[in-house]
Design a protein around this ligand. Structure first.
Ligand code: AP5
Ligand code: MG
Ligand code: ZN
Length: 209
């Protein structure tokens, strides 16, 4: 049995970056609501399209997201869940459908986050994540992994990034407290280098096995 891992953190904390390392090291599946929603941005739901919420930095309605997570987790033998739960109702739903082995929290100060988000570049082919200053690709605009073209996410403008952080503080910070109060949270200093964060993430997962 592979571990069931939850990774929490504010927008730009490094959830996606560290999830890639976790997938490679532990052979689990990356279940990420953000990527799943981006792949279906223009799908019509009874609430409107995901894009109509995401491009404003708001949360997509719970029923849409819950369905994505339930389907993905039911098919995974071990996973790292990234981007969910984002409010207490989602946390409640999650506890009904699965058991977690590790809950990681990447702790990054708010001042750090906007710069990480506005400088992020993502590969259009393989999804690898870079940063113009903190993790630049060898050749500007080109993915080191696959040679694909890098792009900037629609919600990585300064204005939308700030709104996402506000929505996080209001809705998702209580989720971090929820796991902390139950003594389940492994708090990791997310302001270290990418390698430093990875060392601590790996150790936290290994010590939970
Ligand atoms: P989602 O895609 O989940 O975005 P997010 O939570 O805002 O998080 P990010 O992906 O922006 O940040 P990350 O922590 O993955 O950071 P990364 O590793 O890329 O959600 C997008 C939208 O979808 C939401 O706003 C919402 O509308 C909707 N949605 C998704 N899930 C939902 C849900 N459950 N319910 C309702 N709506 C939902 O790193 C960021 C940058 O920093 C990169 O450039 C990276 O290279 C750099 N970096 C990483 N680590 C370091 C480091 N240690 N030092 C320096 N730079 C670093
Ligand atoms: Mg991400
Ligand atoms: Zn690529």
């Amino acid at each position: 049995m592979e571990p069931n891992i939850l990774i929490l953190g504010a927008p730009g904390a490094g959830k996606g970056t560290q999830s890639s390392n976790i997938v490679e090291e532990f052979g689990v599946e990356h279940v990420t609501t953000g990527d799943a929603l981006r792949e279906n941005k223009h799908m019509e739901t009874e609430y409107g399209t995901p894009a109509s919420f995401m491009d404003e930095g708001e949360l997509v309605p719970d029923p849409v997201v819950n369905e994505i997570v339930e389907a993905a987790l039911s098919q995974a033998d071990g996973y790292v869940l990234d981007g969910y739960p984002r409010n207490l109702d989602q946390a409640e739903f999650l506890s009904e459908i699965t058991d977690l082995d590790v809950v990681l929290y990447l702790d990054v100060d708010e001042d750090e986050l906007v710069g990480r988000l506005t400088g992020r570049r993502v590969c259009s082919e393989c999804g690898a994540t870079f940063h113009v200053d903190f993790n630049p690709p060898e050749e500007e605009g080109v993915c080191d992994e696959c040679g694909g073209e890098l792009y900037q996410r629609d919600d990585d403008t300064e204005e939308t990034a700030r709104e996402r952080i506000r929505v996080y503080e209001e809705n998702t910070a209580p989720v971090v407290e929820f796991y902390d109060e139950r003594g389940e949270l492994a708090r990791i200093d997310g302001e270290q280098s990418l390698e430093g964060v990875w060392e601590d993430v790996k150790a936290a997962i290994e010590s939970s096995a």
